[in-house]
Design a protein. Structure first.
Length: 296
């Protein structure tokens, strides 16, 4: 595959839903106004919103001076797009030279990246790896630290993986993911949680990937569920956050408790899944097929 073809395929795979996420974010923007949470929204003109939307569709990051929400996000209409910004950078590095490196060099780079993860989580101010969505020096360091190890570890696993069969791998992966994601933080000191997060990122998550690749989905119902979850995993990630903005404003403005906000949270979950599915079927898949046929 040529370098040009590689970039075209990655852009076609990722970018249509990035544009959809930005458009949904623009539509939901004024509805997310909150005098407590997002007070500056009321002062943002429509023309500025349109400009930020157009820039967001290119995935070019915005500095804090041009941020229109107040959270310092490089993509204020759709916060999670920051991770796709770094993923694009990773793909550029991969296309230029990472794919040419021998496995031993990749392993060495992954080990170095693991130490960056440990430095961020254990010795950082908060004892975690949270951050990376703002365009400043400190947050850029966080972003690249969060990017480096998972990306390099994924390359290493893909190189060294030997096909095996592990019974009930899907079940074990599900249990592990639910277990570790249900423990958002441990310990009373920041360094304690930093060690926990480092161990999970460096060892547990690659093992789950390996475990998942070693399984076999049996049964039509399980296959359909797995296919559905796989299909909407990326769309739901890149379009759900505009609804979170609206939900957060509603909860904060009305001073709702956890119990009082459950119904609204479930509604957000349903709307996110439905929007992701409709966007996938009616927009993303047809557009990607057309773009692939025309440009690749």
């Amino acid at each position: 595959m040529t370098l040009s073809s590689f970039f075209k395929r990655r852009l076609i795979r990722l970018h249509p839903m990035i544009i959809m996420g930005m458009l949904i974010g623009a539509i939901a923007y004024y509805y997310s106004y909150s005098p407590i949470l997002f007070p500056q929204i009321k002062d943002v003109s429509v023309w500025k919103l349109i400009l930020v939307t157009l820039i967001g569709c290119t995935l070019i990051p915005l500095t804090k001076n041009f941020e229109i929400r107040g959270w310092g996000e490089m993509h204020p209409l759709n916060g999670p797009a920051w991770s796709l910004y770094y993923e694009y950078i990773a793909n550029i590095f991969y296309a230029l030279f990472l794919h040419k490196l021998p496995t031993k060099i990749l392993i060495a780079l992954a080990v170095i990246a693991a130490f960056f993860t440990i430095n961020l989580a254990v010795f950082g101010e908060n004892g975690d790896v949270i951050g990376g969505w703002s365009l400043d020096i400190q947050q850029t360091k966080v972003g690249f630290s969060r990017l480096a190890y998972p990306f390099l570890a994924g390359l290493v696993v893909s190189r060294i993986y030997k096909p095996v069969y592990i019974k009930n791998a899907f079940l074990w992966c599900s249990i592990l993911i639910i277990f570790f994601l249900s423990i958002p933080r441990i310990g009373t000191e920041n360094w304690q949680n930093g060690i926990y997060e480092s161990l999970v990122i460096i060892f547990v998550f690659p093992f789950i990937v390996y475990l998942g690749a070693s399984g076999e989905i049996k049964g039509k119902t399980t296959q359909k569920i797995s296919q559905f979850l796989g299909d909407i995993s990326y769309p739901i990630y890149i379009i759900h956050y505009p609804f979170i903005y609206v939900f957060s404003s509603y909860v904060v403005d009305h001073k709702l408790s956890m119990a009082q906000s459950i119904l609204a949270a479930l509604l957000v979950l349903f709307i996110s899944i439905l929007t992701a599915y409709l966007s996938l079927k009616l927009y993303d898949i047809p557009l990607r097929k057309w773009l692939t046929k025309k440009f690749v």
